[in-house]
Each structure stands twice: as structure tokens, then as C-alpha cells.
Write a protein that binds this ligand. Sequence first.
Ligand code: BEZ
Ligand code: MG
Length: 540
Amino acid sequence: VNCLRLACAPAVNRRFQVKQTLVEPRLADEHASWSEQGLTEVPKLAHDLHEYETALIPHGLHVVGEPVSADARADMIETARDAMVEAGIDLDAPDQADVLTRLDENLAKDHELPALLHALDGGYIRPVSGGDIVRSPDVVPTGRNIHGFDPFRLPSAFAVQDGTQQAERLLKRLIADNGTMPKTVAMVLWGTDNLKSEGAPIAQALALIGAKPRFDSFGRLAGADLLPLEELGRARVDVVMTLSGIFRDLLPLQTKLLAEASLAAALADHEPLEQNPIRAHALAYAAEHGCDVETAALRVFSNADGAYGANVNLLIDSGAWDNEDELAEAFTARKGFAYGVNGKPVRQSAMLHSILKDVDAAYQNVESVELGVTSIDQYFDTLGGISRAIKKAGGKDAGVYVSDQTSGKGKVRTLGEQVALESRTRALNPKFYEPLLDNGFEGVRAIESHVTNTLGWSATTGQVAPWVYQNLAETFVLDPDMRRRMAELNPKSSAKLAGRLIEARDRAFWQPDDETWDALCAATEELEDRVEGIAVGEAA
Ligand code: BEZ
Ligand code: MG
């Protein structure tokens, strides 16, 4: 405990400041008496602190026409330098020597409004491939046309190699947590993530199944081949994939590819069933339902043609739900369309229900520093939604995981760990929320979104620790100065944020003590009065 206080007392570094609060977001139990356990607990604490210190967070919102500030540029360049060093790039090599200088110059000047005006004048805008600034500094300057990708070359050879490593990393964590190799994994796939990474998440799905893309003699994607079990070196994993509507629209070839990999595994009749759960599950389902193996091997699910999202986020936003099962039902109603090898969607609710019952763990990649799982409502809509649907299907108590691809070699965390990390380094971190408050009205709305999305994770997974709500309440509602600042910038979002904390308590996601609760209710009333235009007393 002394070690914790010592390490946390001053602001730890530029990226992560520890804020004094009534109940700290505890990294360790205050009354822990470590003896032998200390040998593992203290290094774990040191490791956690390091992770928080080095977590990457965005500097407020992007404002069109405003170049990046000197401070923010310094952070970005340091981060890009670290990423290059980690990737083994020689910064002194002739073709690399001025990459960071150019990055700095390109970020320091606004290229967007001039480009927009030029385009409106009918001028030509140079194209550039899109991507992540840290991983590919060449994507700046912004204000250019982002050109597409070659759909015939996804997943790339690099993605296949990387996807294999990420799949093994996931399996290692699942084995460590559960003691056994998972048989069935649910994976959420998004379109933009695959564009940014040459199809790395698609490659992960293939690697888990034990398959690889097949290319024709022109190098064009032509299908999926199974890796022989001897080459794979482990059992296959039955992967149930839910695609975002954007993935389905952008990547029809890859949608068929994934269906083909599952079908090929289900048809591998020479393989022992304990090494091939896809075939084992498909045969059992076909026998029970009297259907063909093609139907029993359907593993790629998405929305109906032309529909997007699971609507779980809409339910959370409106607060119009009583029971968590309603969230699960929204998910399966929306995402219950199977895409087979012909690429055509067919409603297959029974198949989805049956496969969800078998799921050992659900996961999704996080591909961008800009957007964490608590930044936007689509993460809990998709990954949260499927987690709730798994629970409703009545299967095992499946774990929920996030594979963080934003730095280094990637890191697998439980959803609870990811929300704790993001809460500490983002929503509760002045380095994160002060730049948002500088953004004014829209910044306050972004902070409110973090709180609403946090509630979305509680509702869908139950994995948010109560201290998160306690600290959100203390930081944004119970502190009179902060409450006034936020209410002046955006009264509606401030009242909504406070209302979410009340809702979280009503839904038993946290149990504030009486003092906190009374203060929260009084503050919320004050914020609501402000929205309704009722004069707020001098003290406020
Ligand atoms: C996608 O790229 O598939 C996606 C992006 C944002 C929200 C939901 C899906
Ligand atoms: Mg929305």
C-alpha cells in the first residue's frame, strides 16, 4: 500500500494524472496485507501503473481548420517514434530520417479548410491511403481524399501473419483464465477495422478456425483453404462471427470467405471430432434439426440487407428497457441473419441461438487510439449485445474480451479490465477531460457519452466495477465547480450525465452511500432545473 501511495502521490506523467477523490479508483485494496502474495501483487501493481502511464489517449476533439497544438504534437511524435522503434525501424536510415519532422510540420498547419475550398472550386485533391497516424505517419496531411483498398488483396500476407499471432495470444489468455482450450469463440467484426489493418481481424478469425485465404494466379482472393491439423498444431476453434452492417457492405468477398472456411471445417470428415468442434457442432445440429451440413455450418451473422446495428445502443440511450433479456432479444432479432457461401442473408434465429449456447468467450478488436470501448455506443451495441445474447441463450458464463491492437504487439484484456483502464486514463483523467471541456458544448457531450456507454457495458455484461460510477459522480457532478463549468457549456448533456448515474444506481450497477446519493439527487435536480430554465441559486 505504501508502494501504491508513493507511486501515485505526484501526477505520474504527462499522460496520466491521478485525481484525489473520496474513493479512489483502487489499484489495490487499501487494507491489503501482503506477505507471500506480495511477491506477485507488487509486480502486478507496478505493471498496471506502467500500463496506465503509457496508455495513449486523444487530446480533445478534432476541430476542422484548427492545426494540432504544440503540446499535442509533441505527444503524438513521441508516440509515433516509440511505435517505429518497437517495429524495429531505424530512425537514422535515409528514407526514415525526416519522417517525424514531416509529421510535425504536417500537423502544425491546417490543410483541411484550404483543401475543402479547393475541392468546392472544382480543384483536384490528391489521394492518400487512410490509416492510423501512429502506425502510418504518411497519412498526414489530412484534407486529402482517402482512397479505398483493393478488396481482392484482403487479408494481406502481413495480416495473415499478424492475425495468427493475435489468435494465439487470445487463446493463451483464454486458456490461462479457464484452464482449457475454448471450443467456441464469438467474434465481432467491423469493416473500418479491417480497412485500417489490411484485414487483420479477418485473419484472426481464419487463424482460430485453422484456415487461410487462397489467392488465384493473379493474386486475387479466391476462397479459403483449411490448414491441415498437423500444421495448425492444435484443435480448431468454432468461431461465430457477427459482422457490422458496414463490414457486410464493404467486404462481400470476405463475408463469403469466412462462411467458406467454416463450411470447409464442418466438411472435414477425416478429422477427429475432438480436434474439430466446428464439425462436431454442425453434425450434432444437423442430426437434431434434420437439416443439411451447409445450414448447420452457418457461422457468419449480420443484419438483414440494408440494416445496420443491433439497436441495443438505442435501447440504452432511451432507457426504455426493464430487463436485460430485452437487450439480448434486440441483438438476436437484428443480427440473426446468416450469410452463407453464396453471400445471401437468410434469417436463422435457431442456428444463432444454438451456437451462442456453446460460446466460451466473446471478443472484439480495438483498432484505434481515438475511439475506446467507452467512447462510442457501437462497441457495447455489438460486443455487449452478443454477450447478453450468449447469457440469454443459457449457455456457459462466457468471458468478454477486448484485443487491444493500438500499441506494441497487442494485448488481450477482459472487458472489465478494459473499462477500468479507459475510465482511469480517459473519463477520470484531467489530461483527457480538460481538452474536451476546452472544446465546449460538444466536449461535454463526449464526456456524457462515456458515462452512457459505461452504463451500456454494465447492462450488457455486468463487468463495470462500482468505483467507476462513484468516481464519475464525484468528478463531474458532486464537485460544484465542475458541475457549474459543465452546465454552462452544455446544460442538457450535464443533466443527462447526472441522470445516467441515478439510472445506474436504480438498476443496481452501483450502490452509493446515503451521503453520495443525497448529494447526487440534489445536484441532478439543480441540473434539470437549469435545463428547464428555472433560476439556479447564487451558490450554483
Ligand atoms: C464498422 O466499421 O464496421 C463500424 C464502425 C463504427 C461503428 C460500427 C461499425
Ligand atoms: Mg448513435
